[in-house]
Design a protein around this ligand. Structure first.
Ligand code: FAD
Length: 430
């Protein structure tokens, strides 16, 4: 064994199973006779930063991330491994590690958006070899039937291309590789991390959304066991109800669960329990997630500008009082207020509620859509750059919607999805 290390730079893939970056890192370490150094840099770019005067990280995401990282550490330690937690930009931390061990290689996820890309560029410019691996997508770039930067302009076109016969199938999930010897790198934990030690799951959460791969497996197992998947298509638009949608989003966003695993399990479920439109529909929704991940890569920084990737001129101001009323659930539109209060209390709202509050901010309050996206980024437990900014741009009509935006009639929607008013009564009472 040399004193060389292979750094496995963990970003948003907080699991051991079906983790292609971990597999590559282990193979490389063995090939080189090097030790493996699993490293989590505590998101310095997000922990410290603000946008539109809002923090980038809110309490729900932070709690979930802390739980997920701890869970990964426990899983590695159970296999005689370790996980180094450090606050700092990856290029600075890895340069520091390089003073102690010789960093032969860094293996990490293929960047999703501008910040991850620039972090990797900095590493490369400092002379480190970096292998970027597609980790949290259904398909690799090579599998896609188009060049990643020539992504179809709409989800429907994308879906038709990957579902064309023979359909493009995600590969079988990978098992956990045999771990090589590990190197250590100790640093005192930063204060913000210690402050987060005792954050509790909010009581108002309908689903016990605790971070970590083991909790993800337990939740997904229970969902399948309850056979809720057989009714998914009819129920997923409901505003509440623990089994009405899968509630997998936070575990998928933090990489505690692999989308390929969900895909494979849904096929197995179909073989055992029976296939119907609902069992297919979960895979359909995973394709939306997939589309927005490749979309974030293809659109780069344009995803964050007011005119969006489509560069369409769009009105909308940043008036502080209207924005504060929207955030606090004080708009006077009861379905929107209920949803915004649920969002603050729990970090999660249903897909339908997300669409309604986004439509309200953009089309009733005439605010800059990016304020809404930034607030969601700070609030959502399942924040994911592609799904969040992609969906907001879509509803605002500056993204991947060929119809040029989505305006919802909020009264009709409330009557349809909350006919008895139970959802509004629950959340307006807090
Ligand atoms: P299910 O209905 O059970 O769907 C299963 C999985 O499919 C989800 O967990 C998610 O990974 C994926 N999915 C479903 N719908 C979408 C969609 N429209 N776009 C992308 N992926 C989808 N989802 C996030 O994970 N992170 C976000 O930051 C996020 N921001 C959003 C912002 C807006 C304005 C809107 C309209 C939607 C956003 N979504 C986001 C998508 C979607 O609302 C959530 O994924 C979903 O509500 C989570 O609940 P679930 O896991 O029960 O979903």
């Amino acid at each position: 064994m040399t004193d060389e290390v292979v750094v496995w730079l963990v970003r948003d893939t907080l699991r051991l199973s079906d983790n292609p970056a971990l597999v590559v890192a282990c193979e490389q370490a063995k090939k080189r006779g090097a030790a493996l150094l699993p490293l989590v840099c505590l998101e310095p770019r997000r922990w410290a930063a603000q946008q539109f005067g809002l923090p980038r990280i809110g309490p729900h995401w932070a709690r979930f991330r802390v739980e997920s990282v701890r869970n990964l550490k426990t899983e590695l330690e159970a296999r005689a491994g370790t996980l180094c937690l450090v606050a700092g930009a990856p290029d600075c931390v890895i340069s520091d590690i390089n003073l102690k061990h010789r960093v032969g290689l860094v293996v990490t996820d293929l960047p999703l958006s501008t910040e991850e890309r620039s972090e990797n560029e900095k590493l490369k410019s400092k002379g480190f070899s970096v292998i970027e691996v597609v980790c949290d997508e259904l398909y690799t770039a090579e599998q896609l039937p188009f060049e990643p930067n020539e992504l179809p302009a709409s989800f429907s076109k994308f879906r038709k291309m990957v579902e064309k016969k023979p359909a493009l199938l995600p590969r079988v999930p990978l098992s956990i590789p045999e771990l090589p010897a590990m190197a250590r790198y100790e640093q005192p934990l930063p204060a913000q991390w210690l402050d987060l030690q005792d954050i509790k799951l909010p009581e108002a959460c309908e689903v016990e959304t605790v971070g970590g791969a083991s909790h993800a497996q337990a939740h997904w197992g229970n969902y399948l066991e309850a056979e809720a998947l057989s009714h998914y298509k009819e129920t997923r638009n409901a505003l509440q109800g623990a089994l009405n949608s899968s509630h997998l989003s936070a575990w998928l966003a933090h990489g505690c669960l692999s989308p390929r695993q969900v895909w494979a399990d849904s096929l197995q479920y179909e073989a055992q329990v029976g296939a119907n439109a609902s069992t297919y529909w979960l895979r359909f929704e995973l394709l939306w997630r997939e589309y927005f991940r490749w979309y974030a890569r293809a659109t780069d920084w344009t995803l964050f500008r007011r005119s969006g990737p489509e560069n369409r001129p769009i009105l909308g101001d940043q008036q502080a009082t209207r924005f504060a009323n929207w955030r606090e659930g004080q708009t006077g539109c009861d379905i929107v207020d209920a949803a915004m209060r649920e969002l603050s209390a729990t970090g999660w709202i249903s897909n339908r509620a997300r669409q309604l509050v986004a439509s309200h901010l953009i089309y009733e309050f005439n605010l800059d859509w990016r304020l809404g996206a930034a607030w969601f980024e700070a609030q959502l437990v399942d924040y994911d750059v592609g799904s969040n900014w992609g969906n907001w741009a879509y509803i605002a009509g500056v993204g991947a919607d060929p119809r040029g935006g989505r305006i919802f009639n909020l009264e009709d929607q409330a009557a349809r999805y909350d006919s008895e008013g139970a959802y509004r009564a629950k959340w307006l009472a807090i």
